[in-house]
Design a protein around this ligand. Structure first.
Ligand code: M6R
Length: 602
């Protein structure tokens, strides 16, 4: 999704902005641009496509001590140079970058900008014109910006520069992430701390509705009424090496390989030396008498929620419902009397999930966000937070966040079940079992050659593919199919194995790949039956089975682990299947078309 960086107070603003934009590339974008200035000159450069295209257009004259840059993921108007940010006001005096969506842009245009002309078709261009319209009424830049904020509806993170004052960046946010970073003799702005880590690791969070005046030596935060706000900075717990690929060809492969280490880090962060889980007592007390848990998430996070449902229900006896954020917010089901909400989000910034949390907070229900990003919007706005400790996930295709989400949900379920005095929770030797999973993951990760060969045999030519399973194996099938389709563009679906014969089996043709996941004795026998049904209609079947249930003809055999944690293992070969299928088709594994890492628009 869109990314923002900016700096004031360093002579090499252009270079810093380009480096910052490169760090945001992983989020997905289709054009980029920057504005830099100093006392005497200013430059605005934009390009469609990759940041490399923007860098190629830079000349030595494009330099300055202040600047803002942007990566754009199109919402209003096609990906093009005209629609790329920064955008300028009617007189060209003001320059603006924006993340988010302005809902009332048409109304703003007809109310304030009837005589204006526009270069592109974006809502952002309207916003910067509105600021200038208020300046034309006699307001100074700050007052005009503030007045514009009062009439703009929607989500935004703004960075604004007035060419006549090249020492100030005006900043504001509502629902879209934005941070101010503190330097020595300079300050920065960014939508993600990672973008500016090379400059500083001290950041100040901004709250919705605030406006900030950023100069080289100071930042001044104001609330909507104009009151000055004092806020402590925090140190970002990020390491630059976490966001480098190292010797890996793609982040996705690095992140798949990191999963055993992530499992062990989760144990270190949530268990003491004796292997007992240590969780916030307030959180457990808030959850223990709840009559229903609602897990809210999107995409891979939602799939992790399905596996979590099984673990939580088994260990705590509390019923769990899984809901897609984009559906739940506008189509809320009848809630139980004492609901508790869990928001699953790797980024902690997903707009679909955030709009649900806003509604849940209005209803005064308690909530927990499980996220990879400390200080993210969903983390700040929920009652409680648990962190994934997975390290930054850069590849658009989520891998280690999925397994970390399941492991942290299991931590929670184990602690909550014990808090409720339930024998099944006390008997579940979670820390030991998760340690076994980590070791078993390593053995699968070492089978890359086998998986690459199977992909060449099964998936090189195909147009579509199916994953099938039952129970937890079905939940993993949904995730496996999402992974395959989102990066290799093979049309893939994950089905409950028993459902195939109720319609979908009509799609099976000679050679259609069907991948069956089998980790449960009873349901596994049925899934084998379903695999026979599709085989007899021409399908080419591939079986991923746990060692205790495997047959000599099964192609991928996985170590047997505790049944509540089997998804942590079965998903790994499916991640590798997606990776190799994409590689073999020659696509960019880390940056699939049309997708963004962090989806900050609804
Ligand atoms: O950051 P989130 O976990 O809230 O993101 C939710 C989905 O957009 C995300 O899981 C998406 O489905 C993945 N990129 C798929 O690999």
């Amino acid at each position: 999704m869109c990314g923002i960086v900016g700096i004031v107070g360093k002579p090499n603003a252009t270079e810093i902005i380009i480096k910052g934009l490169e760090k945001l590339e992983y989020r997905g974008y289709d054009s980029a641009g920057l504005f830099v200035a100093n006392d005497t000159t200013s430059s605005l450069v934009k390009a469609q496509g990759r940041i490399k295209n923007l860098s190629d257009k830079l000349t030595p004259e494009v330099s300055g001590t202040i600047g803002i840059g942007h990566t754009r993921w199109a919402t209003h108007g096609q990906p093009s140079e005209e629609n790329a940010h920064p955008h300028t006001s009617q007189s060209q005096r003001l320059v603006l970058v924006h993340n988010g969506v302005i809902e009332n842009f048409e109304e703003l245009k007809s109310t304030y900008l009837a005589a204006d002309t526009f270069i592109g078709e974006t809502d952002t261009e309207i916003a910067v014109h509105v600021v200038e319209a208020f300046m034309n009424q006699g307001l100074d830049t700050k007052a005009a910006f503030k007045k514009a904020l009062s009439v703009i509806r929607g989500s935004y993170a703004f960075g604004l520069i007035d060419k006549e004052d090249t020492e100030t960046i005006y900043v504001a946010k509502n629902k879209s992430p934005l941070l101010v970073g503190l330097g020595d003799g300079f300050n920065v702005i960014c939508s993600d701390a990672m973008a500016m880590l090379e400059q500083t690791n001290r950041f100040v969070e901004l709250v919705d509705g605030e406006m900030v005046i950023v100069t080289a030596d100071a930042i001044a935060i104001e609330d909507q009424e104009g009151h000055a706000i004092e806020r402590e900075s925090y140190e970002a717990q990020l390491d630059l090496t976490d966001i480098e690929k190292g010797t890996y060809p793609y982040y996705m492969l690095k992140e798949i390989d990191e999963q055993p280490a992530v499992m062990r880090r989760i144990i270190q962060n949530y268990a003491n030396q004796e292997g007992e889980i240590q969780l916030d007592a307030d959180l457990l007390n808030a959850m223990k008498d709840r009559d229903r848990i609602y897990i809210i998430g999107c995409g891979t996070s939602s799939h992790a929620g399905w596996v979590g449902k099984k673990i939580i229900e088994t260990l705590t006896n509390i019923p769990v419902e899984i809901h897609l954020s984009s559906e739940f917010g506008y189509n809320m089901p009848l809630l139980s009397e004492k609901p508790f909400f869990i928001f699953l989000s790797q980024s902690g910034e997903t707009a679909d999930s955030r709009q649900v949390l806003v509604k849940i907070n209005e209803l005064n229900y308690p909530s927990l966000t499980i996220t990879n990003v400390a200080g993210s919007t969903l983390s700040r706005e929920a009652t409680y937070t648990l962190l994934l400790h997975a390290g930054p996930e850069i590849a658009v295709a989520s891998t280690k966040a999925y397994t970390a989400q399941i492991a942290v949900l299991a931590v929670l379920a184990k602690a909550l079940g014990q808090q409720k005095g339930l024998a099944q929770a006390a008997d579940f030797a979670f820390v030991h079992e998760l340690g076994l999973v980590a070791t078993a993951m390593e053995s699968i990760i070492n089978e890359k050659d086998l998986i690459s060969e199977l992909v060449a045999e099964y998936l090189t030519e195909t147009r579509n593919a199916f994953y099938i399973g039952r129970g937890v194996d079905y939940y993993v099938s949904m995730e496996a199919a999402l992974k395959l389709k989102e990066i290799s563009y093979i049309q893939a679906e994950g089905f409950a194995a028993g459902e195939l014969k109720h319609g979908t089996i009509a799609l099976i043709e000679e050679g259609t790949p069907v991948l069956g996941i089998i980790t449960d004795e009873v349901t596994g026998a049925h899934t084998r039956g379903n695999l026979k049904e599709v085989e007899s209609r021409g399908a080419k079947t591939l079986v991923l089975a746990s060692a205790d249930l495997a047959k000599p003809t099964d192609q991928i055999v996985l170590p047997t682990v505790h049944p509540l944690l089997s998804a942590l293992l079965t998903v790994v070969p499916t991640q590798l299947v997606a990776y190799f299928a994409t590689l073999q088709r020659g696509y960019d594994v880390d940056k699939p078309r049309n997708l963004a890492k962090s989806v900050t628009v609804e």
